[in-house]
Design a protein around this ligand. Sequence first.
Ligand code: TXA
Ligand code: MG
Length: 328
Amino acid sequence: MPLLPGSSDDAIAQAARELAAGELVAFPTETVYGLGARADDDAAVAKIFAMKGRPAGHPLIVHVADRVGAERFGVISRLAERAITAFWPGPVTVIVRRVQGAGEAAAGGQPTIGLRSPAHPVAHALLAAAREAGVPGVAAPSANRFGRISPTTAAHVEDEFGDVPLLVLDGGATRLGIESAIVDCSRAKPVLLRPGVLTRERLESALGAPLESPDQAAPRAPGTLASHYSPKAKLRLMPTHMLRTALEVLGSDPLKLAVYSRSVPSGVATGVRHRRMPARPEQAAHELFAVLRELDNDGVQLIWVEEPPPGPEWDGVRDRLSRAAAAT
Ligand code: TXA
Ligand code: MG
């Protein structure tokens, strides 16, 4: 599996050629690494579903170079316009009505489509070069097998797909670490389908309206399945006091246990792996998936995680941890 430096113009040109030819390319964004295919080619998009083992009909996000690129796929509503103006390029995906006949497979056949212009320089260079090569947009879910932890480094992508031929652009560790916020802008009121790093407050102030919670009528989003981001180990999310008690009860039981907590629990039995959760939510988001993957690869059976603090700035991290806990 060729791993090429994302900073190299030759590598970008080669990746753009692959995309134009209907092949898959893994690339960094500011959130997580994506597994991309040209969004205007249903056969190319089908390869993503096959490689990830993702059930068909689950819509993918289409990545575009800019707002103009977005219009090829979606009808930009007033709400979407506001989000795009405020946050693109950046970690916000808007769901809008789909332009008829555009990105059919990428949208899983739905009448809406998810659009995002990523802020990572490598992603941006790739999208620009791809556009030059006739590729209007790149459908890309996170570059992991279905239901597993999203990759935040090129090595994580190799961890997931090392056994298959795939061009991977290496852009180092991603800056934000959890996936984009997804806002449904296709109806009268904006709905937050998936929290990201940007706070609800910042999204609402740009949208000029309060964010509703998903209801029955909201577009389906598999990233919003309760069971997602699952490590192989069992992950338990616990309030601080419960974690303390659980560790006391554990005593010197030789469980293969890892603890991820803000405070260093006293009296942790020897042999228990401990990783300290950063006090700042941006830092915690940045390292979250890498830490879970590392502990998982260490072969622990249990990962006990201290619940993040209650503030809205922790919504994204709390969301990913809850799903990981629900899945195991
Ligand atoms: O940060 C991100 O968003 C990353 C990077 C690679 O850009 N991508 C990502 O893609 O997380 P993925 O496929 O893992 O998550 C896509 C999410 C899913 O929950 C999907 O259901 C939702 O976006 N989505 C896409 N199109 C949609 C649509 N038309 N309606 C509702 N949800 C949609
Ligand atoms: Mg994903």
